[in-house]
Every structure is written in structure tokens, then in C-alpha cells.
Write a protein that binds this ligand. Sequence first.
Ligand code: PGA
Length: 261
Amino acid sequence: MKVIIQNSADDAARLAARIIAGQLRANPALVLGLATGATMESVYAVLAAMHRDEGLDFSRCRTFNLDEYVGLAPEDEHSYRHYMNCHLFGKVNIGLRNTRLPNGTAVDLDAECASYEAAIKKTGGIDFQLLGIGSNGHIGFNEPLSSLRSRTRVMTLSPATISQNQRYFENPDMMPKRAITMGVGTILESKRCLLLATGSAKAGVIARAVEGSVSSMVPASALQIHPRCAVILDEAAAAGLSEKEYYRWFFDHEPEWAEYH
Ligand code: PGA
């Protein structure tokens, strides 16, 4: 795991977007794993601007999102399909047929989960997975105690996640209590991954995920065993880390990151 600390949330999002753009330029047929949430909005805004101003090409890229609420149709404004169309897919040259999210309205949810896993496998696997982190340590909707080998499945959301995300629903009771999510095992099979977290509300959970023990109580801590995982933070989200100077030194000296200084 590599930890990169940026001065501000904007700088952190910009760096994440530049890394994704670099991956896409190196491999235009990239299989990209995507995330939703407030943190990702600025990443997608930068990618959309790169498409508009620099011609960043998404035409051959295929995407798989981490999760979708059970029971919300794609056209529902609270669905993650709607979020992705608004923040990214509608602003770049990607064909919607190349974008996939779990279908939260499938009649047979278990079959949908199996077919999602099969579709990822058929592409050869996710080349690059973007991740956020919930205040309870979830990645995707893998809530505490998710098996570190879990696959795409239906998850009952935790009270912490419900209270974190209810603010998006005019009527909080309308927020679904279940979601389909890629599993921790699915995420760990991505060839590279990048977790982005900003703001002081994430400082505690980032300290546990990055410097604490690997534990299913903090599903993001499983990323410690991913062979190529970068964690990009702003100063506020990094505030609880004890080895910040080492991480800064590493970023400054690592040839792989030279182009991103
Ligand atoms: P946030 O969500 O970006 O809205 O904080 C992240 C997550 O819960 O994964």
C-alpha cells in the first residue's frame, strides 16, 4: 500500500483523476472499476474536463461500478446509475453499453450477482478500481464483518451507512436498506486500486484502515494485502496517521510517482 498525502481535497481529487487518465491513455481498452459518493464527484468533474479540453478518450473503456441499491430503477434519481450518468457517463464519450452497474431491480438478485461476477471475469478482470471509504470502513457496500473473500452479493446496510447516506433522500425512510455490492474478494482481484478519502470525518477510519490490523471489522483494511494499492488523502483525512513523514518521503522519492509531482 502506498499513501499519498495532498494539501487539499481538490489536489487529492485532481491527482486521482490524473492517475486514472494516465491508465486510460496507456490502455484505451481499460476495464475501470468505479465508485460513487460525494468524494468522487470532483474526480469525475476533472475527468469530464480532461475529456472536453484534452480529448481524453473513453470510447474503448469498459466500466463496472462497485454497487447499486436494491429496488431502485436506473432512472430513479437516487440510483447509482443515475449518479454515474450525471457525473461522468453523460459528460464523456463512453457508450452506455460499455458501462455496467448491478441491476438492483433484478427479480433474481442472486442470479444478478453471479452474472455481474461473470461479466467482470469475461473482460479479463478489472484493471483499475477506484474506491471511497465509508466512515465505518466499508468499501463498496461491504459493511463491517464482510468476509475478506466475499464476492458480489446482496448486503444489508448498516445503521452507520444508512445515516451517512440518508441525507440524499428527501424522505429518509425511502432509502433502501439493502444493496448489491462487489465483494471484498472481488475488489482484491483488481490489478490496481486507488482509494480516495478527504475531510476530517474520515481521519479516524483511515488510521484504522491503513495502520491498523487487517480485520473484517474494517473492510478497507483488506487493501493492505492488495499488491498494488494507492491511498490518496488530503491533510484532514491523513490527520490520524502516525507515519505521515515516511509516506511523504516515499512519494517524493518513488520513481513511479515522479510524473505526478
Ligand atoms: P462519500 O462516500 O464519498 O460520500 O463519503 C464514500 C463511501 O461511503 O464509500
